[in-house]
Design a protein around this ligand. Structure first.
Ligand SMILES: NC(=O)c1ccc[n+]([C@@H]2O[C@H](COP(=O)([O-])OP(=O)(O)OC[C@H]3O[C@@H](n4cnc5c(N)ncnc54)[C@H](OP(=O)(O)O)[C@@H]3O)[C@@H](O)[C@H]2O)c1
Length: 247
């Protein structure tokens, strides 16, 4: 299979890329940071592109170059998050977050859709977050942007279902990536039910293979989130605010 992972030069995207490569597939990834790209260049089977997913023209050129008219899977993993519950984002940070989390994801859907429509076959998966599942006053821009990702998956799934194109919304809890560690002074021990990148990659690959519409994991996080989501919004807001203040 030919698989393009938008945002696969580190973290979850890279873990998925490495597993697909081991299975013998053709895999391409993209990212912006040159140092990260240089680090993974040693894997000469992995095709790497350097660009911002917000730039649709360059994105499209790269996917066309890689796919040569055939693309089996597109995974939109590029995303931006920060500790926005403990620190208010600047306007620039918030807009940048929206650009990659929403506009970049739409670009991935649109570019993949065009190629896949010609072959009447393909699968698109986008990475959201369990943060998207809790709606309450004061929820972060991040959680709202990831809620949009779930809605985009639903809309594209419905629009593309008759054309052989499948869509999976990936909704993970905490995953032990370098980025998450960097944001938490290398201490992720307080992150509930945190799982490894490798385990997350296995779940994501399996859910695509089994054509799952939506996958929320790990199970314990799914259960907690479903319990929290039935609380009155004001109470939920209070609980989460206290938690982010370390109480
Ligand atoms: N880790 C978690 O606990 C967790 C939980 C739930 C959901 N998620 C979601 O999972 C995804 C991956 O997170 P991660 O922890 O693996 O983070 P990560 O290591 O920072 O990976 C993000 C990847 O996307 C790339 N990227 C980011 N912005 C980009 C842009 N504008 N254009 C092109 N590439 C871009 C990054 O490379 P460059 O920075 O060099 O561009 C990197 O390759 C994100 O969407 C995140 O919201 C993560």
């Amino acid at each position: 299979m030919k698989i393009f992972i938008a945002g696969g030069t580190s973290g979850i995207g890279l873990a998925i890329a490495e597993k697909y490569l081991k299975q013998g597939h053709e895999v391409a990834v993209c990212g912006r940071n040159k140092e990260k790209i240089d680090k993974i260049r040693k894997n000469d089977k992995l095709k790497i592109y350097r660009f911002d997913t917000y730039d649709k023209e360059v994105f499209e050129k790269a996917v066309k170059d890689f796919s040569n008219g055939e693309l089996d899977i597109m995974i939109a993993s590029a995303g931006n998050y920060s500790n926005s519950r403990t620190r208010r984002l600047t306007q620039e940070e918030a807009v940048n977050m929206l650009k990659v989390n929403i506009a970049g994801t739409i670009n991935a859907f649109e570019i993949a859709r065009e190629i896949m429509l010609k072959n009447k076959n393909g699968h698109i998966a986008a990475i959201s977050s369990v943060a998207a599942l809790l709606e309450y006053p004061g929820a972060s821009v991040y959680s709202k942007s990831k809620r949009v990702v779930i809605n985009l998956c639903e809309a594209y799934r419905e629009a593309l279902a008759d054309f052989g194109i499948r869509v999976t919304a990936v909704i993970p809890g905490y995953i032990d990536t370098l980025k998450l560690r960097e944001l938490n002074n290398n201490d992720v021990s307080k992150k509930p039910f945190i799982i490894s990148e490798e385990y997350a990659a296995d779940i994501i690959i399996k859910s695509i293979k089994e054509n799952k519409e939506k996958i929320i994991f790990p199970l314990k996080m799914k259960i907690i989130v479903s319990i929290l989501s039935i609380l009155p919004k004001k109470m939920l807001s209070k609980i989460l605010l206290r938690k982010s203040n370390g109480k």
